[in-house]
Write a protein that binds this ligand. Structure first.
Ligand code: GLN
Length: 195
């Protein structure tokens, strides 16, 4: 049987991830409560508002059980707000906002500023042939990357520096952008190859 992949569905763009998984022939389960975590083999944390997702995880009693499963090695893919949730340091966050400490990056919320809050650009991803369509919506930026982290793609900023936008540490994959809002399934496939 195909793996069962949870999609955290408390807030944000969960339906598009579920569709992408179904297109790839993988079973998906919307995760809203601690019980939903029991049978999943991996989880996707979608985009949305990390402050709200953090708050709803706590009020539904799901934060601690999910943290526990992640620390036991549950593979996870975090997109945008989901990247923030998996990071070990959140900059410009709310003081009561929590994250799961599963990837050794520090992430600044809304790092691309107000003027260019949302944009699209082609991204060269390490290991993929054709560029990937990057859809950025009030996206977080990765400011520091620990030694265990592989940077799989960057974008060039105005000052010509490179900002990581796709990173992996073991079976944790995170993107600043939204692959689920495109027809391109290659990053979901990349994640599933770790499951
Ligand atoms: N700015 C949002 C946050 O801080 C992330 C935006 C998104 O997920 N598209 O959580």
């Amino acid at each position: 049987m195909s793996p069962l992949v949870g999609v955290l569905a408390l807030q944000g763009a969960s339906g598009e991830h579920t569709d992408a998984l179904q297109k790839l022939g993988v079973r998906a389960l919307e995760v809203r409560m601690p019980e939903d975590l029991k049978t999943i083999d991996a989880i996707i944390l979608p985009g949305g508002e990390s402050t709200t997702i953090s708050m709803l995880l706590e009020s539904s009693g799901t934060f601690e059980p999910l943290k526990e499963r992640l620390s036991q090695g549950l593979p996870a893919f975090g997109t945008c707000a989901g990247m923030i949730m998996l990071s070990n340091k959140v900059l410009d966050g709310r003081t009561d906002q929590r994250s799961f400490d599963r990837i050794d990056i520090s992430v600044r919320r809304n790092a691309f500023g107000r003027q260019i809050a949302s944009f699209e650009t082609e991204i060269d991803v390490h290991g993929l042939g054709e560029p990937f369509p990057g859809v950025f919506i009030r996206a977080p930026g990765v400011e520091t990357v620990g030694p265990e982290v592989e940077v799989l793609a960057t974008v060039t900023l105005d000052d010509q520096s490179e900002m990581p936008v796709l990173c992996r540490q073991n079976n944790i994959l995170v993107s600043s952008f939204h692959p689920e809002l495109t027809e391109d399934l290659r990053l979901h496939q990349m994640f599933l190859s770790e499951v």
